[in-house]
Design a protein around this ligand. Structure first.
Ligand SMILES: Cc1cc2nc3c(=O)[nH]c(=O)nc-3n(C[C@H](O)[C@H](O)[C@H](O)COP(=O)(O)OP(=O)(O)OC[C@H]3O[C@@H](n4cnc5c(N)ncnc54)[C@H](O)[C@@H]3O)c2cc1C
Length: 255
């Protein structure tokens, strides 16, 4: 079933990238228009209930409460294919728990993509800070940097086995920070960023992840390390204890 704004996407392949992340490869008519090498593209997915094969019924009255946001990790428009890397974060929710059990042939609904308001052009060096939910977005940006780019990338992951290969330029130092409890604050990550040897020149800054992490670093940069607005992206991707529509409403209220 398709509506003008949503199309079906069928799972072609599943790959367990790490204990807490599963990559699903989908095929969909919308993917013919996806742009390769476009960093930061994300879309809305409406998944069926966890364990169900789908496709979910499109209900105009309730779809907004069921929609979730995901990054296009890779796109292959010629094949109408794309990959999404889903965090496996437990039994709560819709998209994460569904993805954990998804199998080839299962179907979801997807929107057309939007893009992040972030650019790296003109920066002298680059700083990336991501938790598991935003590693896909950071990875797409990092993999699009010129080969002589320099900087630091901090990735917070729940276990050492959750490291994943990311094709960063050799001048980007990658720091993996382990935080096994998703409910604990990101103290080690925040401290690592705050004690980073700040390079000279203008940085591009990408920070995304749990609400408190994004908030703490947004305040830090504003007060201690003002950065150029067009080179800075700080965004909360999820919030402990809230489902996505609640998180969105909370962010809108806080803004
Ligand atoms: C622009 C953008 C791009 C994103 N890209 C990705 C992506 O590529 N991959 C990805 O996995 N996520 C991504 N996210 C985050 C994702 O949209 C949220 O994590 C979403 O809440 C997951 O939906 P759900 O149905 O699994 O859980 P929900 O129903 O929204 O929440 C259920 C419960 O799970 C908790 N929860 C939600 N997410 C997490 C998490 N990551 N870790 C621990 N607990 C969690 C909530 O706090 C809540 O208690 C992105 C978000 C944005 C804004």
């Amino acid at each position: 079933m398709s509506t003008p704004n949503f199309a079906e996407a069928i799972v072609l392949r599943t790959q367990q990238l790490s204990p807490h992340m599963v990559r699903l490869t989908f095929q969909s008519e919308f993917a013919a228009d996806f742009v390769t090498g476009a960093p930061g593209a994300y879309l809305k997915v409406i998944a069926p209930a966890p364990g169900e094969a789908g496709p979910p019924a499109f209900d105009p009255a309730s779809f907004k409460t069921r929609m979730r946001t995901y990054t296009l990790r890779h796109v292959r428009p010629a094949e109408h294919e794309f990959d999404i890397d889903f965090v496996v974060h437990g039994d709560n929710g819709i998209a994460g728990p569904w993805a954990r059990q998804a199998a080839p042939g299962n179907r979801i609904l997807i929107s057309r993509p939007g893009t992040l308001k972030f650019g790296t052009e003109g920066a002298d060096w680059h700083l990336f800070v991501a938790d598991l939910s935003s590693i896909p977005a950071a990875a797409v940006e990092l993999e699009a940097l010129p080969s002589d780019a320099i900087g630091d990338a901090f990735f917070e992951i729940p276990s050492d086995e959750d490291r994943q290969p990311i094709r960063t330029p050799t001048g980007i130092r990658v720091h993996w920070i382990i935080k096994s409890d998703p409910h604990a604050p990101s103290e080690a990550l925040i401290q690592a960023v705050q004690t980073l040897d700040w390079r000279s020149g203008e940085p591009s800054v990408f920070v995304a992840g749990e609400f408190a992490l994004a908030g703490a670093l947004r305040t830090y940069f504003r007060k201690q390390k003002p950065t150029r607005k067009d080179l800075t992206y700080v965004s909360s991707y999820w919030k402990l204890g809230l489902i996505e529509p609640e998180h969105k409403a909370f962010k809108a209220q806080a803004a």
